[in-house]
Design a protein around this ligand. Structure first.
Ligand code: ZN
Ligand code: ZN
Length: 127
C-alpha cells in the first residue's frame, strides 16, 4: 500500500517492463511524486503512436512514449517526469489549450454559430 490510494488502483493493473535512459535519472527522483507517477504511467500505460512532441525529440527519461489514459491528464510518462505534463501533446491540458487557441484565433474573424443556430461575436477585449 502507498499513501496515495489512486496509486494502489493503478498498481493493481497488469504491469510490464519498460526502459529508461539511466543517465537522466536524478539523485532525488525517487522522492518526487511526479517521478513515481511517471513510473506508474510507464509500467501500466499504453504506447502512444505517434509519440508526443517531447519523446519524438528524445527528451524523455523513458525510451518509449506511454500514457495511462484517464490518469494524470493523459500525459506521457516522460513529460510527467519532466513536470511538463501540460506541454505533452497528448495531455488533456494541452488539447484543451489547443481548443482555446483555435477558438481565440477564430474569435475575431468569424462569427460563432451555436447549436441552436444563433451566432455570437467574441469580443477581442476579453483576451
Ligand atoms: Zn511522450
Ligand atoms: Zn509527452
Amino acid at each position: 500500500m502507498t499513501s496515495h490510494p489512486e496509486h494502489d488502483t493503478i498498481l493493481a493493473l497488469p504491469g510490464k517492463n519498460f526502459k529508461m535512459r539511466l543517465g537522466r535519472l536524478l539523485p532525488n527522483d525517487h522522492q518526487e511524486l511526479r517521478v513515481v507517477e511517471s513510473l506508474l504511467i510507464q509500467s501500466r500505460g499504453e504506447r502512444n503512436d505517434p509519440k508526443c512532441n517531447c519523446c519524438e525529440r528524445g527528451l524523455g527519461l523513458y525510451t518509449e512514449c506511454l500514457s495511462l489514459f484517464g490518469w494524470f491528464d493523459d500525459a506521457c510518462g516522460s513529460c510527467k517526469r519532466n513536470d511538463a505534463g501540460a506541454q505533452c501533446l497528448l495531455s488533456e491540458a494541452y488539447k484543451e489549450e489547443e481548443r482555446l487557441l483555435k477558438w481565440i484565433e477564430s474569435g475575431d474573424k468569424e462569427e460563432k454559430t451555436t447549436r441552436r443556430g444563433r451566432t455570437t461575436q467574441v469580443p477581442i477585449k476579453y483576451f
